[in-house]
Design a protein. Sequence first.
Length: 147
Amino acid sequence: MALVDWTEKAGLRQQLQPADAEGHETEWILELSGGLIHSLSAELESLYGSDSSRDSELRLELPDGWRLFWKERSAGEGTLLFVAHPELEQWVGTLALEPEFARGVISRLRGLKAHESFSLRSLGTRGSQWSIAALSNFNLIFTRSSI
């Protein structure tokens, strides 16, 4: 498993908006500098690329006890976005992406301009070529900062 530690990285801001009683799902917002977007894109390309010797999982350590696991899911299974809150000060997200969906994420990340954002759910909406598994319980939103 590849590990990327951004626990003390400049150019990163995150926010979590927990699910509410009205049915809004949890939203995890990551605001990244251009350099961090480039770095994450390269890590994801390595993970979801065609090299058979690549790592099968990426662990992204974030500030304040937050962690994201990126995994590959077989084509046709749908993308799974799942978040857990195992301890009071800890959030753990799992992103199990089909390879084509992952390439779409990488492309969108690389195309972000300052103050633009996109959500993983928007890539898997009705009518798109990708689907998000029904048991998914959160949305990850990427925003590019002005740095």
